[in-house]
Write a protein that binds this ligand. Structure first.
Ligand code: NIG
Ligand code: FE
Length: 425
């Protein structure tokens, strides 16, 4: 287990850092702003020709270069970064991933090219069950090491906080193993991690004809064990056609609430399935996917505190329709973007590509997409008091871009991050 090594390419800065001559400092908000909704998403507040001061990993001051002398400051600056021609923005907050997995699944990628559907592959014992088989055979140490490498990679691509789900165990031991891996990662990762229990990701083959028994395993055995070891922050259910029904979802989420695990659920990826209503009724923090959504569900979200999280790279990879982001924005919702990094439907955690897809395929503006991937991503893992915007007192998890003309250059240059440097508090 080599987790103690300093493998992270992004700099881990302590003490005082001054970033000066910033062409544009973007994503500035009051620290009290939790999420950005509807028409407010189109504004990404900025200061041109700016500086930013980091004190022990926290944003302690920022403003116009011409005002830099007015900042009362007696301490030595340990590092000065000249960001001439470059922009500085908050890191992405990726609020939906399945980052712990034992192996890739490119064979299924080939099946898909040959025309098999997601459901057909799943019904052949492929898909999630394929990952579950491999995960149950893998050691905890191997999974920690493999996932740390993925964390290193997503940091390089600009991610500064991440949610990670279980859900490839699908057995008592396998689910606990995954959550213990995530707990270990929390203790060694330079970026904040939130853990989500997703035992209800699929029915294992041996429970196919006895769904209730599997639900009882989740509710009566796994949830108490998870609560006992404090292994999860959230509980997820794949509430969709062919997976968990809204009624089964409600049983699991209500049991999770008893252990103070809030719901964050997969809903409406494959069909309008009642997942949105099940999430909202059970006070879900977020309902994620929403490739299929009707006006009724949009209205249901309008009357709730539940965040709609869209995962366009999964729709891209599976060649499915994209969620109607514009309708949701017009309905005043706090639309959020995440990567869904997983071996089956989105084998990439590159948030700049997610932002590009949001603009190109869902007609979000660059500002809307960046807000959705930063401050709203932070809200979807309840971290917006510490991350997701340029605000005094927040963690200095920052992206310094390459020289660019405007922030729209990021989604425009799809497939490229345009990152010069990532700073993790
Ligand atoms: O979010 N939809 C369910 N879960 C994952 C897919 C997981 C897999 O195929 O392994 C998703 O897309
Ligand atoms: Fe997912």
């Amino acid at each position: 287990m080599k987790a103690e090594r300093s493998i992270f390419i992004a700099e881990i800065l302590v003490m005082n850092v001054l970033i000066k001559n910033i062409k544009s400092l973007v994503g500035i908000r009051e620290a009290t702003v939790d999420r950005v909704k509807g028409s407010d998403l189109k504004s990404l507040p900025f200061i041109n020709n700016a500086f930013l001061l980091v004190h022990n990993g926290i944003i302690s001051a920022f403003g116009k270069m011409e005002d830099i002398q007015t900042i009362p400051w007696n301490e030595p600056i340990n590092e000065t970064i000249d960001a001439h021609n470059r922009m500085v923005m908050p890191c992405y907050c990726d609020s939906h991933t399945h980052l712990v997995f034992a192996d890739t699944r490119e064979q299924e990628f080939i099946y898909k090219i040959q025309g098999l559907s997601y459901e057909e592959i799943a019904s052949k014992g492929g898909g999630i069950l394929n990952s579950a088989k491999k995960l149950n055979a893998a050691s905890e140490e191997f999974l920690v090491e493999a996932t740390l490498q993925r964390i290193e990679q997503i940091i390089k691509h600009g991610t500064g906080a991440v949610e990670i789900k279980s859900g490839y165990g699908l057995s008592y031991d396998g689910e606990l193993k995954m959550l213990r891996v995530i707990a270990k990662l929390k203790s060694v990762s330079p970026i904040p991690i939130k853990a989500t229990f997703l035992g209800a990701h699929a029915f294992p083959l041996e429970y196919k004809n006895n769904r209730q028994e599997y639900i009882q395993l989740l509710v009566k055995e796994l949830l108490p064990a998870i609560a006992d070891e404090q292994l999860a922050d959230y509980c997820d259910v794949f509430c969709d056609k062919g997976f968990f029904t809204p009624e089964e979802t409600a049983v699991i989420l209500q049991a999770a609430w008893k252990y103070e695990l809030k719901p964050k659920i997969h809903a409406n990826q494959l069909a309008v399935s009642g997942g949105v209503q099940a999430g909202v009724r059970n006070n879900a923090v977020s309902v994620d996917h929403l490739e299929n959504i009707s006006d009724e569900e949009i209205r249901c979200l309008q009357n709730s505190n539940t965040i709609p999280t869209l995962l366009p790279s999964a729709a891209f990879f599976l060649r499915m329709q994209y969620p109607p982001a514009r309708e949701m924005i017009e309905a005043g919702l706090p639309v959020t973007l995440a990567s869904d990094y997983n071996p089956g439907s989105s084998p990439s955690g590159r948030m700049s590509f997610v932002v590009s897809l949001a603009c190109i395929q869902m007609k979000m503006t660059p500002e809307e997409a960046i807000n959705a991937a930063t401050i709203n991503g932070a809200a979807a893992i309840e971290l917006s008091s510490e991350l997701g915007s340029i605000s005094i007192g927040k963690k200095a998890n920052l992206i310094i871009t390459q020289p660019i003309n405007s922030i729209a250059n990021i989604p425009y240059s799809f497939g490229d991050d345009l990152i010069d440097r990532v700073i993790i508090s």
